[in-house]
Design a protein around this ligand. Structure first.
Ligand SMILES: Cc1cc2nc3c(=O)[nH]c(=O)nc-3n(C[C@H](O)[C@H](O)[C@H](O)COP(=O)(O)O)c2cc1C
Length: 362
């Protein structure tokens, strides 16, 4: 267990000084069968979702570690400051969270769990972004840092009150990312840590589809485009899938599960206070929720006879978890929390399974 992202340090510190990795990166096993993702031929269906990979140095390291589909942390059209540190704390959550737990109570865990696979954290950054003059050239560097058989996704988000309507800002951000070299776009519609509504778009079938339409118009027909969602009941999920389907090529989920996280004395776990009481849980405690989300999405895909990519995210802590989510119907799978402490997860997956042996649900 090594802490590659230093959770007691600020976002800025990790951006400037990270990643801190020690160890040797061993050669990959021979790849028997490539994973097809749209027009890309990839070494494996494993990635890191938007979050821990702050810039091209982070993308480079995790690419070398065998995560073949790294996602560049969400960027905006304007520079945006992070919430103050700490942005992540361990959470004491033994049970698996469901839709009913959203908005419920949780307590911090004062000591790190012994094994990476047992980690649940809450994270709250407020989706910080460097200025476009910084992130746009860095997207090119990050692309260049990857090897054959790898592709980076760029996560984007609109920002309210920046002199244009929110849908237009989403479109503009996506277009800027493509101009910077993004080969696949993911729009973040789900973040419990922003207080201005754009983090809850995934619940709103109508508004989210209007934004997806704007993004599609902005990036043109040929750039693959996913939307990132949070936990939703199956009927609501189907509604959101139906309205967005004309414009998107895939759905990614889940994002974190929002809860009120407190210290043992009852005060909010993260500074400065009650306005940041509600934060997003991820890691071990959202394994079942993420798994159900993929299963539901897969059933919707079958029911609609639709052809879209399912990007499974949420609570996959081991190589076996990643494999299980692929069997549940995901086309590609990504782990954030555990990869901040277990840099060898992708290698373990590659050792566990030869991609030609995946058995899919029919
Ligand atoms: C440190 C950290 C930062 C994150 N930042 C973002 C972000 O900027 N955009 C986004 O869409 N999701 C973000 N997420 C959410 C992850 O992409 C993912 O949906 C969530 O952590 C669940 O996966 P996990 O259980 O493997 O961690 C972040 C997660 C973590 C741990």
């Amino acid at each position: 267990m090594q802490e590659i992202y230093k959770i007691d340090k600020s976002y800025e510190w990790n951006y400037e000084h990270g990643p801190t990795f020690e160890g040797e990166i061993s050669a990959r096993p021979e790849i028997q069968k490539k994973t097809k993702l749209w027009d890309f031929e990839l070494n494996s269906p494993i990635g890191i979702p938007a979050g821990p990979l702050l810039n091209s140095r982070w993308i480079e390291l995790y690419g070398k570690l065998g995560f073949d589909i790294p996602v560049y942390k969400t960027v905006r059209t304007v520079e945006w400051k992070s919430h103050p540190e700490p942005n992540c704390v361990y959470v004491d959550m033994q049970s698996q969270l469901t839709e009913k737990d959203v908005g419920g109570e949780a307590k911090v865990l004062l000591h790190a769990p012994k094994k990476p696979e047992d980690i649940t954290i809450t994270n709250s950054f407020g989706v910080p972004s460097q200025a476009p003059t910084v992130w746009m050239p860095d997207i090119g560097k990050a692309n260049n840092a990857l090897s054959d058989g790898q592709v980076m996704i760029v996560s984007i988000m609109g920002t309210p009150d920046v002199g244009r309507e929110l849908p237009d800002d989403y479109g503009r951000c996506a277009k800027m990312a493509v101009e910077a070299g993004a080969k696949i776009i993911e729009a973040n519609y789900s973040c419990p840590n922003v207080c201005t509504g754009e983090g809850m778009l995934f619940r709103d079938a109508e508004t989210s589809s209007q934004i997806s339409k704007k993004i599609r118009e902005a990036i043109g027909p040929s750039v693959p485009f996913l939307i990132k969602m949070g936990l939703l009941p199956p009927d609501k999920l189907e509604e959101v899938v139906r309205t967005n389907l004309p414009y998107v090529d895939g759905f990614a989920g889940i994002n974190t599960v929002a809860m009120n996280v407190r210290k043992p004395d009852g005060s909010p776990a993260l500074p400065p206070g009650k306005e940041r009481l509600r934060t997003g849980l991820c890691g071990h405690a959202i394994h079942s929720a993420g798994s159900h989300f993929t299963q539901n999405l897969f059933h919707i895909k079958k029911k609609l006879g639709a052809d879209f990519v399912i990007c499974g995210v949420g609570g996959m802590m081991t190589a076996e978890d990643l494999h299980g989510r692929l069997q549940n119907g995901a086309d590609i799978v990504m782990s954030a929390t555990v990869a901040m402490w277990d840099p060898f997860l992708a290698q373990k997956f590659h050792e566990l399974i030869n991609p030609s042996s995946y058995t899919r649900m029919q």
